[in-house]
Design a protein around this ligand. Structure first.
Ligand code: PDD
Length: 285
């Protein structure tokens, strides 16, 4: 079956799914994106993802190309046309196509909208979670507004590649004060020796992950102690458990950081339970 993408109003076979060379997303990373998990053909946490999209667009003063409801229709149509049961849907909105000039086009041009979807391998993801992953720490050299879900991901790309070249699966960024910010495409968490869940406060130094928000709701409802605060790499190394959260990996245990085993070096009970219970709490549409 051929893959179908939505590009500026049309559903196209992948080979025809193209954007203009002067699209500002291509030229300047002047674009934002969202990634939503798909389960049983349904979107997980669509409302929150579209709310975050609206916020990212607002911060960059890019207009919403259509209403959230209409966007939801397009997302579902792309999922259906690609027959995604379990997978992800990706959407990207750029400021549009204009002659290359750093300043915003004046008068404004229509934003570009692209939506794609692809299946994920549930068995492979489950096996990854059962084994847990290794991460390596790296300096967080990203720009100061990573709370905006922009497609400017070069530092994230380089970090993920460096991690893989070092035999790990992901990177954990560490800021100038020695505090962990987040992973290359996920939020970072630890469970302290005292049993408290710790994840960084959602300031401008991390993306406010939707998975993170749902997990915070879950642990709050279960009466677990949660601390939204920065933690050091040393604290993570001494933690009972570590894990990351994202729309595509949900809760993924981290069992090694910079070659050091976390806890007993296997996925811990808190991360394992959160992964198991996540979809009982997440909204699906
Ligand atoms: N990444 N932090 C960063 C830097 C991310 O790129 C992501 C998501 C997250 C987690 O956010 P959420 O829980 O809303 O997925 C945190 C997506 C999955 C990606 O780039 O593919």
């Amino acid at each position: 079956m051929s893959r179908i993408a939505y590009v500026n109003g049309r559903y196209l076979p992948f080979r025809d799914a193209k954007v203009h060379v002067e699209d500002r997303g291509y030229q300047f990373s002047d674009a934002v994106y969202e990634v939503c998990e798909v389960r049983d053909g349904r979107l997980i946490e669509e409302r929150r993802h579209l709310e975050r999209l609206k916020r990212s667009l607002g911060e960059l003063r890019i207009s919403m190309p259509m209403s959230p409801a209409a966007l939801g229709v397009v997302l579902r149509e792309v999922v259906a046309r690609n027959r995604i049961g379990y997978g992800m849907v990706y959407l990207q909105i750029s400021r549009g196509v204009a002659r290359r000039d750093h300043a915003f086009p004046s008068p404004p041009v229509a934003p570009s909208l692209v939506v794609t979807a692809r299946p994920l391998n549930m068995a492979r993801n489950a096996a990854l979670a059962a084994a847990g992953i290794a991460v390596v720490s790296m300096p967080d050299d990203r720009w100061g507004r990573v709370d905006i879900k922009s497609v400017g991901l070069l530092t994230n790309v380089l970090a993920r590649q460096a991690a893989i070249e070092q035999g790990a699966r992901d990177a954990w960024f560490v800021d100038r004060d020695g505090m962990v910010t987040e992973a290359a495409s996920a939020n970072a968490w630890i469970v302290t020796r005292e049993g408290a869940l710790v994840t960084r406060r959602a300031d401008r130094a991390i993306l406010r992950g939707i998975t993170r928000t749902v997990v915070l709701d879950v642990v709050g409802a279960q009466g677990l102690t949660v601390e939204e605060r920065a933690f050091t790499l040393q604290e993570a190394l001494a933690a009972r458990e570590a894990f990351i959260t994202s729309a595509t990996q949900i809760v993924l245990p981290v069992v090694r950081i910079d070659g050091n085993a976390i806890g007993d070096g296997t996925p811990g009970p808190v991360a394992t339970a959160l992964r198991r219970e996540f979809h009982r709490h997440a909204e699906r549409n």
